[in-house]
Design a protein around this ligand. Sequence first.
Ligand SMILES: Nc1ncnc2c1ncn2[C@@H]1O[C@H](COP(=O)(O)OP(=O)(O)OP(=O)(O)O)[C@@H](O)[C@H]1O
Ligand SMILES: [Mg+2]
Length: 548
Amino acid sequence: MLTCRTERELVDAIEESVCNKLRPTEHEFIMSFGGFEAFEATKQAIVKVVNALKKDEATTIGVYGMGGVGKTTMVKYVGAQAQKCRLFNQVIMAVVSQNPDLMKIQETFAELLGLKLEEKTDIGRASKLKEKILKGTGILIILDDIWKSIDFSSIGIPSHNELQRCNSKVLLTTRKLSVCHSMDCHANIHLNILSEEDSWSLFVKEARKYPLDKSSTFYDVARKVAGECAGLPVALIAVARGLRDKCLDGWKEAARRLQASQPPNPEDEGDVFKCIKLSYDYLKSDDSKSCFSLCCLFPEDYDIPIEYLLMYRIGKGMFQDSNMLEARDTTYSVVKDLKDSSLLLDGRDDGCVRMHDVIRDMAILMMSLSEEGQRFLVKIGCELKNWPKIDAHKGYSAISLMKNKICKLPEELVCPNLQILLLQHNASLNEIPKSFFQSQNELRVLDLSYTRISLLPQSISFLTNLQALYLDYCRNIIDISVIGKLHKLEILSMRECALEELSREIGQLTNLRMLDVSAKNCTWNVDFWTGGVKLMEKEKKLILALMN
Ligand SMILES: Nc1ncnc2c1ncn2[C@@H]1O[C@H](COP(=O)(O)OP(=O)(O)OP(=O)(O)O)[C@@H](O)[C@H]1O
Ligand SMILES: [Mg+2]
C-alpha cells in the first residue's frame, strides 16, 4: 500500500515500485544466450556488474581482466540482458581499441541511436551526440577495449551529473585496472580466469574428443594441455580446436611444447602467445598459415574483406597456375579452415573476417620474430608522421603502415626481401621520391590507395615482380603511363581515381587478371581496348574488367 503526501511522491513511488518489479533477479539475468557460457568467474563478475548498474550513484563501471579472458563477450551479454530485462531502454556499444578512432566511435554510437552526424569536426559531432544522449533516458553506453584514458566529452558522452539526470551509464572494459582508475570508474570489477573445472569442460567441448574422461588414453595429456591454457577461453578454444584431429602422439607433443615454451614476453600474456603459436603451427597447410599472417597486416577490430585476402594472395604469386575461380575457391576454403581453428572470426559484414585482438597481437609478435626474410613490420593507425627506421638486415617481407600521417618517404626503400608494402590511408602523402623503388627488392603487392600522390615515380619500373597495384581513391593522380613497364602486373585497382583518360599503356599489361576502374562519375572512353581485352561499361557508372 502506497502512502504518499503529494502527487509527485505518488508518481515517484509508483515508478519505483514498477521498476523494482521489472528489475531482474540475478537468476533471471544469467540465462543462456547463444554461444555464451556462464562460467563461474563470468557469473561472479556479472552479478557485480549488475549490482553496480543498479546503483544510482555509479555512472561509470569498469570491467578489467587479462586479454582473451572474456570481457567483450561478457559485456555484450550484459548489454543484451540489460535491455531484455528493461534495466536500460537502449544499449549502445563501440570498440575503442589501442589506437582509438574518435570519428568511428562517434559514428557507431550515432548509428545505434538513429542519429545522422553531418558535422565536420570532432567537437561538433560530440556535441550533437551528447544532445541526443541527454534527450533519451536509460541508455547503457558500452566502451569496449580501452587502453589509455580517454576523455568522455571528446566522444560526446555526458558528464557524471548529466548521466545521472538521464539515468544513463557507461560500462567500459580494459585489460588494465590502472585504466579504470584513470577513468574514475565508480566500480572496478575484475573478470577472473576460468576455474580448472570450467577450463576443462570448455576444452573438452571444443576438442570434440568423446569420451574424454578418465577411461580415455587422452585424459592425462589432455588435462596437461588444458592446464597450460591458463584459464583463458581464447587459448583453450584455439588449442582444443588445433588438436581436434591429432593422434595421441600429436597431443603429447603439444603438451611437451606448451610446457617447454619460453614466450618472448612472459609477463605480457605469455600463456596466450604460446597457445596461439601452437594452434598456428598445427594449421593444416602452409597456405592457411600464410593467409592467417596476411590478416595481421590490417587494422585492429577491422572487417577484412576476403576478396582483399584473395587479391593479396594472387599478388604474392600464389596462384600462377590457377584461374580466378580456383583462386577464390581455395581462399574461401583456407578462410574456413582458419575460422574452424578459431584463429579468425566471422566478420560483421558478409564476405569479411575479423581477427580477435589477442590473436592479432600474437600474430604480429610472431611475425616480427619470425626468421629473417619472413618478418613483418606492422604499425597501423598510430599517428606516424615519419617513415619508421627500417633495418634492412631484419629482412622484412611485409610492411603495413596503413592509416598513419606519413608525409615523406625516404629517398630509397632498402628492404631486399620486401614483398608486400601497404601504405593506404596516409592522406598526407603527396609525393613518392624519384628513386624510392630503385633498390633491389621483391615487391609484389603495393597499396597506395587513399593517398594524395599525383605521379608514380619512374623507378616503379624497377619493380619487375610487382603483381598487384592498388591506387584506389588516389584522386590527385594525373599520370600512370609508367605502369606499362610492369609486365607481371596481374591486378590493377584504381577505383574512384579522377583520371580523365585511361592510360593506353594498360594495353601492355598482358598478364592482367583484374582491372577495377570503377567510378561513380566516370568519363572513360568506353570503346577503349587493351591488349585484347575490352573494358565493359555498366550503366556508365562502373567499368570493370575481370579477366581470366
Ligand atoms: N562466457 C563465454 N562464453 C563463451 N565463450 C567465451 C566466453 N568468454 C570468452 N569466450 C571465448 O573467448 C574468446 C575471447 O573472449 P573475449 O573476446 O570476450 O575476450 P576479451 O577479454 O574481451 O579479450 P581482449 O582483452 O583481447 O579484448 C571469445 O571469442 C569467445 O570465443
Ligand atoms: Mg575484448
